[in-house]
Structure formats: C-alpha cells, structure tokens
Design a protein around this ligand. Sequence first.
Ligand SMILES: Cc1cc2nc3c(=O)[nH]c(=O)nc-3n(C[C@H](O)[C@H](O)[C@H](O)COP(=O)(O)OP(=O)(O)OC[C@H]3O[C@@H](n4cnc5c(N)ncnc54)[C@H](O)[C@@H]3O)c2cc1C
Length: 372
Amino acid sequence: MRTVVAGGGSVIAGGGLAGAAAATRLAQGGARPLLIERTAGAHDKVCGDFVSTEAQAHLAALGFDAGRLGGHPIGRVRLTAGARRAEARLPFTALGLTRRRLDAALLDHAAAVGAEVARGVAVRQVEGKRLATSGGDLTADALLLATGKHDVRGAGRDRSGTIDRLIGFKQYFRAAPATLAALAGTIEIVLFDGGYAGVQRVEEGLVNLCLLVDRARFDTAGGDPMGLLIEREPRLARLLGDAARQLARPLAIGGVPYGFVHRADDGLFRLGDQAGVIPSFTGDGMSIALHSARLAADAVLAGATPAAYRVAFRRDCVRQIGRATALQRWATAGVGRRLVVGGIGLWPGLLGWAAAATRVPPAALARAGLGV
Ligand SMILES: Cc1cc2nc3c(=O)[nH]c(=O)nc-3n(C[C@H](O)[C@H](O)[C@H](O)COP(=O)(O)OP(=O)(O)OC[C@H]3O[C@@H](n4cnc5c(N)ncnc54)[C@H](O)[C@@H]3O)c2cc1C
C-alpha cells in the first residue's frame, strides 16, 4: 500500500475515465493533482466497451489517441427482438475497445503529463473535503469525486426516481469465424423480455457480451444467468453458443441508478457516474464521464465553485439522460420492444434521431472547446 501525500491541491477520488481525464486536464493546465485509485493495476469493468465518437474526441483533446490501442471500428447497429431484426448505419464510427486497456492507458497518460497517480489506495470515507484513505487522511482544496458506480461512505447518491433494479453482466468470448464476420463493424443489440444485451467485437478478435437484466428475471434464472440467457435467446445462442469464455466468471454489477443526476450542493465536484448515469444502450456513458471531467477541471483551474460546475453539467447532459431513461423504460416493455425494432426496420432515420437525442450534443462539445 502506498502512502498518499498529505493535503492541499486538487484531489481526485477514482481513476476511471472521468478521474483520469480530469487529472490529465488539470495537469495540462499547470496544476499537480493527486489521483487516488483503489485498484493496483489494469482491470476489467462491466461495460459494453463501445467508445463513441464524442468520447474519442474528448480523449483526442487530452492528447490521447484511442485509435492506437487497436480497437474494432463500429459503424452499424443491428437490433434484434425475437424473430424481428433491423439494421442501420450509425451516424458516426465508434470503437470497440476494452476498458481494461483504455482506462489503464489513460491513467498512464495522466501520470505522464504530470498528475500524481496513487494506485492501490482506497478512499474509505469523505467528510466535506476531507478524505480517509487506506494510505492516510488528507484534506483537499478541491475534491473531485469520480468513483463511478461505487458510492463512498459519507458521499452517497440520492437514487430516488432512478431505475436501479437491473443487473449487468459482462463476458468476453473467443468466437467462431462466422460470428466474427457477422459482427464485423457492427454492434448488435438483442432486446429480450426483462432486458437487453449488446454484442460487439473489441481488440484482438475478442467479442464482448454485456447485458442488463431485470432483477426479477435474474432471481429465477438460477446459478449461471448469462449462460441461461444465451441458451434461451436464439440470436445469442447462434452467435455465442459455442464460443469460448475468456473470464473465469462473468463480471456482474447491480443497483446502477439509471437516470440519476446529482442535484445537491455538497461542495464536491462529482464527475462521471457520480454526476449523472445514462442508460447503457446509448453507449454514451464514457463520453458523459469525459465531458464532466473537462467541465470540472476547467472550473477548478478557473477558481469556479462546484455549484457553477453543476449548472454547466446539467446544461450539457441532463436532457439526454432524461430522454434515454424514458426510452429505456419504454423499449424494454413488450409493445415498445416490438415497435422499436419494427420502426427502425421501416425507417432507419429513427435510429439516427435516437442516437443524436441521447448523446452529448455538438453545441456542448463546441462550448467545451472541441468539435466532432
Ligand atoms: C452494463 C453497462 C454497460 C455500459 N456500456 C457502456 C458502453 O458501451 N459505452 C459507454 O460509453 N458507456 C457504457 N457504460 C457506462 C460507463 O461504463 C460509465 O458511464 C463510465 O465507466 C463512467 O466512468 P467513471 O470514470 O465515472 O466511472 P468508472 O469507470 O466506474 O471508474 C470509477 C473508478 O473509481 C475507482 N473507485 C471506486 N471506488 C473507489 C474508492 N472508494 N477509492 C478509490 N477508487 C475507487 C474504481 O476502481 C474505478 O476505477 C456502461 C455501463 C454499464 C453498467
């Protein structure tokens, strides 16, 4: 365990994309932030690994080229619900790239540009701008909370009104050539009763299956819910039934508060999932995390308050979180599910509309100093 330096300056709790991006931006702006990340090295995360074009633009603006990490380019989406299928071009090219690779590389980048990165140190409690960590206590001038899906004691999130009954699973597969061909350049979203799955290629010929399923269905699914879902959903069985699993056990996460937007004035700069949580099907959570990091770091560098940062975050991100949450409620219900697939089959432009309506808008990116 590493002893963290004592007090002062900007301290960032959490070294996912939001934390690492904020550390990078602060260091590039002349500060020397301290970032505290509880994991000691690169690790997998429950995530679809769909890196949107907006996320790539944010990374590029930090001097970080995600393209060099070898991800799989994705320019089409295929939607499946039972026997119905629809396909459309995405209005952008995304990247399929593992979080294990992306997050570790961005943290290295933050350290290379001058941030102090303390890995293997956990924040145990937050009290105002004081942190108790496994490496000692410290007080920050500005505290940026970027612990993602995980709440820290003393700084919990208000989950009222959010959808938090879904459980997320993720597994990597080494698949047959036919599956790799079917998924070339394409993300496939499979809607099923009680949830949905995203299947796409990532680097090194691997396939990511990430799914969200209602807790009620999970309870009845028995010991291997992901295996059972693959068996029961003909499309998943066709794609992945014979594929070799790469993780000894699927990763799982419960209680993600979809639709959450932070409102209270607690004196903290909350970034990423600590600021707002957009439903996963949009593939835009990483871009919101990076956008929030940029807004927060710029606010800290300019001496602005957390309240002023929160106003900017809400202006740029609250609408698409609201729209995506409404769409998620509707599209995972039976009739909505059939309408989504039927509608997109008839009019692929709907997909472009849905994609644009649930992303960080170009005007917000331009205000933050980047264009896509
Ligand atoms: C099922 C699912 C699928 C998704 N798919 C996609 C997708 O395809 N595309 C997309 O753009 N978004 C997707 N998302 C959303 C995306 O994963 C998040 O929005 C994004 O990871 C948020 O980044 P973050 O930095 O806020 O949090 P995280 O990436 O969760 O990072 C938080 C970091 O904080 C660290 N940490 C936590 N607690 C502590 C502590 N106490 N002390 C120190 N460190 C701590 C963690 O170890 C972690 O490294 C998905 C989410 C889910 C749940």
